[in-house]
Design a protein around this ligand. Structure first.
Ligand code: NOS
Length: 322
């Protein structure tokens, strides 16, 4: 046996997005993992722009060797009325910095095809880190009945377990973006770790952290300092804080080092209609209910309940300042 373990293969499903950009750069600076592809989805921006931003971020990083597969432009139920959070990230998704268009192009495979094919080629070895609405993952599950078994793990940023959402009191943005897809994913039987805003709202990059990034000469630090302004300004307006929540970086790091979070386990289902559309409910299986319902015999997933926030912020800073 060698002492060096092979880096974990990761596909990042992303809607870049300012905190997505942080997570992608963090992934590229994490020796424990190997990013084998980015797949794109709507959420913070529309899918076309997400693809453009993913290609752009890889060009900034000098990693055009990593393929980008474009994802769905509509929800799982073919809905076209999407909720796009450009008011959080800027009209371009990357803090309105007027970046030039990328030179690269997405590969021919769709995001769902890429996910299915990579999982099939490396059974049990690929982790998907899902940072947007879960449409592509649900499409992969529907496309290939073996996908849920072939995929190593799905670490997803989504849900607001037993706390208020960030779209409305019931729903978190990624689950709200495609609740039907989220319910398919949670009930698929895949190995799932859900990192919700009950956890990520504890992980804050402060104004002084941003100043440290600004004073670093590092390529990523400089780039992020520029795009973070819009994200800080949104958090100041919405939450009255001089700090931003590190949603996507926390989920990415939970995939790199699971000891950063502690979890509970149970079945998760998603409300798909009504005023609580997008609500995630965890059934902890402590009570055996008499009645057979849509909760009975559902597969168990892991849901993060605590996070070592200082260690996450330190990892983010150490890896992005360099
Ligand atoms: O208030 C909000 N509305 C919509 N999206 C948001 C908001 N705050 C953050 N995000 C974005 O949604 C994901 C976490 O739910 C993150 O990608 C974050 O950037």
């Amino acid at each position: 046996m060698t002492s060096q373990t092979e880096p974990k293969k990761i596909i990042i499903d992303t809607d870049p997005g300012i905190d997505d950009a942080m997570a992608i750069f963090l992934a590229l600076r994490s020796p424990e993992i190997q990013v084998i592809g980015l797949t794109t989805i709507y959420g913070n921006v529309y899918t076309t722009l997400a693809t453009r931003n993913a290609l752009h971020l890889l060009e900034v990083a000098g990693r055009t060797d990593i393929p980008v597969a474009e994802g769905s432009h509509v929800t799982l139920t073919k809905g076209t009325k999407l909720r796009i959070a450009d008011f959080v990230h800027g009209a371009d998704g990357l803090g309105n910095q007027n970046f030039p268009p990328p030179n690269g192009k997405p590969i021919e495979e769709s995001a769902a095809e890429f996910l299915v094919n990579q999982a099939k080629a490396n059974p049990g070895k690929v982790t998907v880190v899902a940072l947007g609405p879960l449409t592509n993952i649900a499409l992969a599950i529907q496309m290939d009945p073996e996908f849920a078994k072939n995929i190593g793990q799905i670490v997803l940023l989504g849900g607001s377990f037993a706390v208020n959402g960030n779209v409305n009191p019931a729903a978190e943005a990624n689950i709200f973006g495609d609740p039907d897809a989220a319910d398919v994913v949670f009930t698929s039987g895949a190995d799932i770790l859900a990192v919700g805003i009950n956890v990520t709202h504890q992980v804050v990059l402060s104004g002084s952290d941003r100043e440290k990034l600004a004073s670093s000469k590092g390529k990523f630090a400089q780039y992020l300092t520029g795009i973070l302004e819009v994200y800080f300004s949104y958090h100041c307006d919405a939450y009255n804080t001089n700090g931003v929540y590190l949603h996507d970086p926390t989920a990415l790091l939970a995939a790199v080092d699971p000891s950063l979070v502690t979890c509970t386990e149970g079945a998760v289902r998603v409300q798909t209609s009504g005023i609580t559309r997008g609500l995630t409910i965890l059934y902890n299986k402590q009570k055996r209910f008499e009645e057979v319902t849509k909760w009975s015999n559902m597969p168990t997933v892991k849901v993060a309940v605590t996070v070592d926030a200082p260690r996450v912020v330190k990892l983010v800073m150490d890896r992005l300042v360099a």
